[in-house]
Design a protein around this ligand. Sequence first.
Ligand SMILES: [Zn+2]
Ligand SMILES: [Zn+2]
Length: 369
Amino acid sequence: MKSHAVVQVGDRHLEMQELEVPRIGADEALLRVEACGLCGSDVEQFRGHFTQKGWVSYPLIPGHEPVGIIEEIGPEAARRWQCKAGDRVAVEPHISCGFCRRCLGGSYHLCKELAPPTGLTGYGFMPLDGGRGLWGGYAQYMHLQPRTVLHRVPTEMPRALASLYQSLAAGVRWAVQVPRTAIGDSILVLGCGQRGLGAVIAAREAGASTIIVTGLKTDRHKMDLALALGAQHAIVADEEDVVARVMAITRGHGVDVVLDVVPGAAHPTVQAVEVVRIGGTIVLAGLKGKDTKVALDTDRIVLNEITVHGVFSQGHAAYDQAIRLLAENRYDLGRLHTHSFGLERAEEAIRTLAGEQAGEHAISVSLEP
Ligand SMILES: [Zn+2]
Ligand SMILES: [Zn+2]
């Protein structure tokens, strides 16, 4: 059996290939990919930022947000995952060892044991010449290795909706589970991309009474969606004074929680320290790249007993809640999904998400093999 696959062979260079589908072992499975969501990491990976850091090597099949149908499953895997052929599942990208201190401490998503020194080991990031090769979601079939973590997805959920599970899980963990956002709380979400919007939904679900988002002038369509999903205020960060607006909205008290999902820019983190209330929590999720060295008012953090929490990735409990929210779909979540493409248009999909396609206002984009 063969699988069509999009193979990244170099920076900004994708190629369609026909690859042999390997036979599965007793503790493995084969996934028929229905949809694979894209996020900012797909854009960075396409541009070659991960090879420059030594995290990945070519050739590889990208795609770390896949959902699909179990085509074939070994008996041991079926027992372990409580799954059978024909079941629909979402796949966590992480592959962890299960034995290191991070794994045993519950932070399996931070396990580095299986990765090269600074590398990423997970679906969408492993090379074609390692093991089974079919490791990415930009393909008809994916090989699921024994340490994979799966989540059952209801079969009746539309594909486009199912492909949103990772950005929504990020919102659940970063905006609610980590800062313990509760009924009546106020939250400021800095950035209104997929993850910022996921945070708005999660905060609303948790009962937050005041949800404020920020975005740029060019993000108007995302801010409008944030307001439609339950945010009360949207601040245009490149036109308005974010700190002054937040302090006015909260009558000078500041917000209970600030979540910073803005990538590549450090000033939102500085603003977070200025607008969080005494005893409040700041969650930092946006990777700043070259702009990580910022002048933070650390005395304010000390004197106001502010909690600052870094978060990387989602985790099992967040995936479960995200899939539940998608299944219930009480907030018309299909509005988050704006574009889907076939495999042969993978590059166009990435460029659309990156905002490089004139006239397209993308929020969530998926590939449907
Ligand atoms: Zn992603
Ligand atoms: Zn581990």
